[in-house]
Design a protein around this ligand. Structure first.
Ligand SMILES: [Zn+2]
Length: 468
């Protein structure tokens, strides 16, 4: 029987990552992500899985972003009982992220919500299925399949997944695959989401040399990020402007990774004396919880981080910084009269406390809103970035006078050059499946891969099945 891979999400779009790999009678998933963005994307989450979850043997989770792990509780609810493999940090983060997502589902806080996709009990039950492996450890979920997780440099715990599929025709004899000389086995590599090197905190994505097939993300396949020095300069300039204008700088930020990046960068500004005297408020209990998890895994971070840690024991905290853990504390931010930097979720401004701040602050032309991550079509973030002068928040019309800005290089995703650099590490001429990108990004990247790397690319559509 032919081995196949089916693209069940993150094809044509950047969310809902999920791949189904079938090897004879064995079926496994890589990621089981939530679709995010427009109402049509939302509705996809409610459709039955296009397979019987109880027949899936195991799941490999690349990382803890919702668009990669967000449907795991639903998968459990619908009968999946296999193991879920990921790194220890991904498991810790996924627990926080999925518990929070379940709370949001139960309380129905999104405008478009049809019904709860899953409840907290489904999330908690799914946690029993997790089994963790450190980067670089080879493990074998099933006799003829071996897996290794490698640092993707994207967010804490994120992995590039190597999968070796042995020839099961060996019958009852033990499968002895010598990794590194994978001979007749088929080797798949899933990039997961690749880090944006050099980005604060994270190491560079691990270079992999051999594969028959690479499933590669392409979020920024048609873009180049500004250099890190520009990013820091622009962030600092926005803060200085807020101080000068006695105004608010609102940074909608993903609780996971982007908030920690920002705190780390602001902490560095404070240590080198460039940060103006201005209150910095993190208004996201989830981001605070995740920052605490980051503090437990500092050994995984890059050389700069290790060096700074020698003279500053907490690289996510500095004078003038405070966190609001309760709703009452959050509401007091509205009464702040002077300049302030407010970091609040969600990162695409389509939910969370940042919506309250935007409703209060968008009408003032001295205020700034600074986006630091990818904005999916249909989100309030994308609407603001596209220049709309009027938006709806909590079903109310809000006039936009504030200055809307973007810092691309704070992205946790590699840009076109970064993706090409990572792919250039392969010496085995793999076939590259481009996923996790909108079509213009995938097409532009495919052209560059053909031109620069001479590799064959495939741009799968949603649901497409390929023989491997
Ligand atoms: Zn991600």
């Amino acid at each position: 029987m032919a081995n196949t891979i089916q693209f069940l999400g993150a094809a044509e779009i950047v969310t809902g990552s999920s791949y189904l790999v079938s090897v004879d009678s064995v079926k496994f998933l890589v990621d089981c992500g939530l679709f995010q963005g427009e109402a049509a994307a939302d509705r996809k989450n409610y459709r039955p899985f296009p397979y019987d979850p109880s027949k899936i043997n195991f799941l490999i989770l690349t990382h803890s972003h919702l668009d990669h792990c967000g449907l795991i509780p639903k998968l459990y609810r619908d009968g999946f009982r296999g193991k879920i493999y990921c790194t220890p940090a991904t498991f810790d983060l996924a627990k926080a992220i999925l518990t929070n997502a379940a709370q949001i589902q139960e309380h129905g806080v999104t405008d478009r919500q049809l019904e709860a996709l899953f409840i907290k009990r489904d999330a908690t039950n799914s946690f029993k299925l997790f089994e963790t492996y450190e980067y670089g450890k080879v493990f074998s979920p099933i006799s003829n399949i071996k897996v290794k997780l490698n640092d993707a440099g994207h967010i804490l715990g994120a992995a590039i997944v190597e999968v070796w599929i042995g020839n099961s025709d060996v019958g009852s004899s033990p499968w002895t695959l010598d990794i590194g000389h994978y001979g007749e086995a088929v080797k798949l590599v899933f990039s997961g989401d690749l880090g944006n090197s050099p980005v604060p905190i994270m190491k560079d994505p691990t270079i992999i040399k051999e594969a028959d097939y690479v499933v590669c993300e392409s979020t920024y396949g048609n873009r180049l990020h500004e250099p890190p020095s520009t990013r820091e300069k622009n962030l600092l300039a926005a803060i200085q402007q807020a101080k000068r204008d006695n105004a608010k700088l609102i940074i909608p930020s993903f609780a996971l990774e982007r908030s920690q990046d920002l705190l780390y960068t602001l902490n560095n500004f404070r240590n080198n004396g460039t940060l103006p005297d201005i209150p910095v408020i993190l208004d996201s209990p989830l981001a605070s919880e995740i920052t605490d998890i980051y503090k437990r895994y500092t050994k995984l971070f890059d050389a700069d981080f290790q060096r700074y840690l020698k003279t500053d024991k907490d690289l996510f905290d500095f004078p003038g910084f405070r966190q609001t853990r309760t709703v009452v504390q959050s509401k007091t931010i509205n009464e702040l009269t002077g300049a302030a930097v407010i970091i609040a979720g969600s990162g695409m401004a389509d939910a969370g406390r940042v919506q309250h701040h935007l409703r209060h602050q968008l009408g003032n032309s001295k205020n700034q809103v600074l986006f630091v991550g990818f904005q999916t079509p249909g989100t309030l973030g994308r609407q603001l970035l596209s220049g709309l002068k009027q938006v709806r928040i909590f079903r109310q019309r809000v006039i936009v006078k504030a200055q809307i800005k973007e810092l691309g290089a704070f992205s946790a995703h590699a840009d076109q050059a970064g993706l090409l650099k990572w792919l250039s590490g392969f010496t085995s001429q793999p076939i590259v499946f481009l996923t996790h990108g909108e079509d213009p990004a995938r097409e532009a990247l495919a052209n560059q891969i053909a031109r620069q790397l001479k590799l064959k690319t495939v741009i799968p559509v949603m649901g497409e099945l390929k023989t491997i």
